[in-house]
Design a binder for this molecule. Structure first.
Ligand SMILES: [Mn+2]
Length: 424
């Protein structure tokens, strides 16, 4: 999809403008004593997995408005991520969803992914809807279901997801449960918790020893009175009872309004239990909007905790993933904007001087603490991010390149206007 010569010409047209901005920023970063080469490498190395379900047009229960050229199988989804990665050099991983993305030929898929420099991050199970081959229904729950035969089917599904992931080279399973109750009295809270723990234990014991189990939480939806795993505390309780290979996955949209997510991130890293991340943004709930589209300062504060946690704790490697639904924008454009926002927030957090911050904290000098954070946040780091991506061969402006190279038009020409993405 991306002609290297056209990408080169695209960059050449923008290079002198970029360099003007870059030289200016480089000088001020150097003056602040920042190791610029190290920072550039950190930004360039930071890879964010694209979820297979975000490449097609999402929708609401009221409607869906696809724009054509959607990937209708795993191969096409990986090719689309390859296109994103060629442009931004930052989307070198995919997070797939079973049963929507069951490969027909593991070797062919692995070869394609490796040619495009794409790794397989966490695989996702699905017990939130009934599949055509389901024997039992998940209407009243899956891993927490009152009936052992339903739990068994849900456990078996998760084991099969691990098998698919093992064949592809993935090393993590994400479990998000829709299990919960919509009416008081519907559930015995202790009962559903214990059954969930017992079911997860079977899945945990089945995992290869180099795998991790990521437990995602969500405060409400699809159930409105209680969720079996509503918050990070419950997720952590399950993970700590399961063992070292289990940890919590934080999805930015899965919190009640005004929750201090950066504090959750900080504490989970402190106890080495932050396993994965789902980036998105929201105004009301699980809106799944473009990362940084609504609350960029919160995203920056989260990254400040992540950067400090990566330096100061022994929290294991984190799976960085986007989890979004693109209802109005071209999904590929939205993903490029999301990855760009993530990198900008990361770059801002990297240029913050944490020694100065700690000194100010020691003196209880709150004004200086705030100034340090806001100086970093208000620094225009876009040339730094652009330079990092450009040095790795990416586009100086991925979104503009995507448009100038007519990618969507080409996708529609290849796949048609009515191609439908699986799972949506
Ligand atoms: Mn999620």
């Amino acid at each position: 999809m991306v002609d290297p010569n056209r990408l080169k010409a695209f960059n050449e047209e923008r290079l002198s403008d970029h360099q003007r901005h870059w030289v200016f920023l480089l000088e001020s970063l150097t003056q602040k004593g920042i190791d610029v080469d190290k920072t550039l490498n950190k930004i360039a190395d930071f890879q964010i997995a694209i979820p297979s379900w975000a490449l097609g047009t999402g929708g609401t229960r009221f409607g869906r408005f696809p724009q054509g050229g959607e990937p209708s199988n795993l191969e096409d989804k990986i090719k689309d991520i390859g296109t994103l990665h060629t442009l931004n050099k930052s989307s070198g991983a995919v997070s797939i969803h079973i049963p929507w993305d069951i490969p027909e030929d593991y070797t062919a898929i692995k070869t394609l992914a490796s040619e495009l420099d794409i790794k397989f991050d966490a695989v996702n199970s699905n017990t939130f809807q009934d599949q055509p081959n389901n024997v039992h229904s998940y209407k009243f729950g899956s891993l927490s279901h009152i009936d052992a035969v339903v739990r068994k089917e849900a456990i078996q599904h998760n084991k099969e997801v691990i098998d698919h992931g093992t064949q592809l080279g993935s090393r993590a399973l994400t479990v998000w449960l829709a299990d919960g109750s919509s009416f008081p009295g519907q559930h015995n809270f202790r009962g559903v918790f214990q059954r969930t723990l017992d079911s997860l234990k079977e899945i945990y014991d089945y995992m290869p020893s180099d795998w991790k189990l990521l437990i995602e939480y969500k405060p409400y939806e699809p159930n409105f009175y209680s969720m079996v795993i509503p918050d990070w505390g419950t997720s952590h309780l399950l993970a700590s009872k399961l063992g070292d290979q289990a940890s919590t996955l934080v999805d930015l949209g899965h919190h009640l309004p005004n929750t201090n997510i950066e504090q959750i991130v900080s504490l989970l890293m402190h106890i080495n239990k932050l396993g994965g991340f789902h980036f998105n943004d929201s105004k009301y709930g699980d809106d799944d909007l473009t990362v940084g589209g609504i609350k960029p300062y919160q995203l920056f504060l989260i990254f400040c905790e992540l950067v400090q946690g990566m330096r100061e704790t022994s929290n294991p490697e984190i799976s960085w993933m986007i989890d979004a639904s693109h209802n109005l924008k071209d999904p590929m454009e939205d993903l490029l904007q999301s990855v760009d926002s993530i990198k900008i927030a990361y770059a801002r957090a990297l240029i913050l001087d944490y020694n100065l911050l700690k000194d100010a904290q020691k003196r209880n000098d709150i004004a200086t603490c705030q100034s340090l954070l806001q100086d970093a946040f208000r620094t225009d780091v876009r040339p730094l991010v652009k330079e990092a991506i450009y040095q790795r061969g990416g586009a100086l402006d991925a979104l503009a390149a995507y448009r100038e190279l007519n990618i969507r038009k080409k996708l529609i020409a290849t796949r048609g206007l009515d191609s439908k993405s699986t799972g949506l």
